[in-house]
Design a protein around this ligand. Structure first.
Ligand code: ZN
Length: 85
């Protein structure tokens, strides 16, 4: 059975970006929209075209890019710009 835990994800500018319900033990690489539990950016629950860059609303740096993986739209995270608390 998959174990889920809630992660709080921050931008490098120290503002909270979102809460995410993550399954499994691996690193957080991409986001599936239904698992985003709180969206402090007010951007992540919108509809986007492929390759749209999502920026932090506080510092304007790129936090994720819209990709299609396994036929589903996901956010591929910019690992250099985020951290998990
Ligand atoms: Zn930021």
């Amino acid at each position: 059975m998959t174990k889920f835990k809630t992660l709080e994800v921050y931008c490098k500018c120290d503002n909270k970006l979102f809460k995410y319900l993550k399954g499994g033990n691996g690193r957080l690489i991409k986001l599936q929209k239904p698992r985003i539990k709180e969206d402090y950016t007010k951007k992540l629950l919108e509809k986007y075209e492929l390759n749209t860059e999502i920026t932090c609303p506080f510092c304007e740096k790129r936090i994720a890019t819209v990709k299609v993986i396994g036929g589903k739209y996901v956010y591929k995270l910019n690992q250099g710009q985020i951290y998990i608390n």
